[in-house]
Design a protein around this ligand. Structure first.
Ligand SMILES: Nc1ncnc2c1ncn2[C@@H]1O[C@H](COP(=O)(O)OP(=O)(O)OP(=O)(O)O)[C@@H](O)[C@H]1O
Ligand SMILES: [Mg+2]
Length: 349
């Protein structure tokens, strides 16, 4: 069952189109992640779902209830939707405890206990309860904002870049913790992020926005492997893209003959490989296959991204190759390339 149905939502600010005919179904209890470049409309979409922005056209339905359409709109405070805005938006004149307890109906000891539980659930130390927002780091403010939203026991949780102020280690840990917390409470979640890794690991459903439009949505693994176009491919990770002639499940390209998932397509197209699909080995003198020279070796610990330049007959073409950090060949060495798995075909380019 779908919790949220987004039906043909459009919104302009003057001449700027922020949302252009957005349609998306968000299944109950799922985690949907929205990604897209700055200005693509992500925050506008969340604010509209929360009830702080109103569409020019289209409608929203939550658990069968119409939240907004051309005739009427449920006010934000009646939607039972938790919203953690991009900047946290804490009440500056309230302590951490009062921010978190803002919407709680409990009073006295029950209220204090609940606030401490919520602080604990977002890994905030109890001794921060009496601090003011300006005495917190950006990451701590985000966690207070998250606890305040959780206190409402929302039907739907909207998170706009909630981990952006956290360092890499804490970010990963918080992401897992929040995912567990929301899953345990059965709360349907929509998260906006700029971070591709975060998007791919957090999402059950990934939605890519560009210039106010929803370009593609689906399971993160499918979007990573089968992106609709080159821009989407590059937004979700590094990609090696080249022209090819497709025929009967094979591409003929600068890498030679490469297997493709072409769905019966034949003709001229662009193909894509992820750098981890290309593997290098040192060159025995009498082998078949494409040879290349390593021109750059970008060491990143566990992995190493190599830039290799193909030898004849496709001399001059540079490719990215992902290699294990342990066995990365140094710049200047000649290697042989092999390909793991099929290449993806962009048909409509
Ligand atoms: N209140 C407003 N008045 C005028 N233009 C607005 C308003 N809110 C958003 N916009 C414009 O609508 C577009 C989408 O903005 P939005 O904030 O939704 O982008 P975003 O995808 O969240 O970007 P970011 O990743 O930078 O947060 C932008 O061009 C923005 O300038
Ligand atoms: Mg935004």
């Amino acid at each position: 069952m779908n919790a949220l149905e987004i039906n043909a939502l459009s919104k302009s600010f003057g001449t700027q189109t922020a949302l252009d005919n957005i349609c998306l179904s968000v299944p109950t209890g799922s985690r949907t992640v929205i990604v897209g470049p700055s200005g693509s409309g992500k925050t506008t979409l969340l604010r509209m779902i929360a009830g702080f922005e109103f569409p020019d056209a289209g409608s929203l339905t939550l658990n069968g209830q119409t939240l907004v359409d051309s005739a009427h709109a449920v006010p934000a405070y009646q939607r039972q939707i938790g919203y953690v805005p991009q900047d946290g938006a804490l009440f500056p004149h309230m302590t951490v405890a009062d921010n978190i307890g803002f919407g709680l109906s409990d009073t006295g000891a029950a209220r204090s206990t609940r606030i401490l539980e919520l602080m604990d659930s977002v890994a905030l130390n109890a001794n921060m309860a009496t601090r003011w927002p300006h005495e917190l780091s950006g990451g701590q403010q985000q966690r207070v904002s998250l606890a305040r939203a959780l206190a409402q026991q929302p039907r739907l949780m909207l998170l706009d870049e909630p981990f952006s102020a956290l360092d890499t280690g804490l970010r990963g840990a918080m992401r897992k913790m929040v995912a567990r917390l929301l899953e345990g409470a059965g709360v349907t979640t929509i998260l906006v992020t700029h971070d591709q890794g975060e998007a791919l690991s957090f999402a059950d459903q990934l939605a890519v926005m560009r210039e106010g439009r929803l370009v593609q949505s689906g399971h993160p693994m499918d979007l990573y492997r089968y992106p609709q176009d080159e821009q989407t491919a590059r937004f979700l990770g590094e990609a090696v893209v080249m022209p090819a002639q497709i025929d009967a499940g094979w591409a003929h390209c600068e890498l030679g003959r490469v297997q493709v998932n072409s769905n019966g397509f034949s003709g001229t197209a662009q193909i894509m490989l992820r750098p981890e699909q290309l593997q290098v080995s040192s060159t025995p003198t009498d082998t078949q296959g494409r040879h290349a020279v390593v021109t750059d070796c970008d060491f990143a610990g566990n992995t190493c991204t190599l830039t290799v330049e193909l030898s004849e007959p496709a001399a001059g073409r540079s490719l990215l190759v992902r290699s294990s950090g342990m066995h990365a060949p140094p710049a200047g060495s000649t290697v042989q390339l092999s390909i793991v798995g099929p290449a993806h075909v962009f048909e409509a380019q």
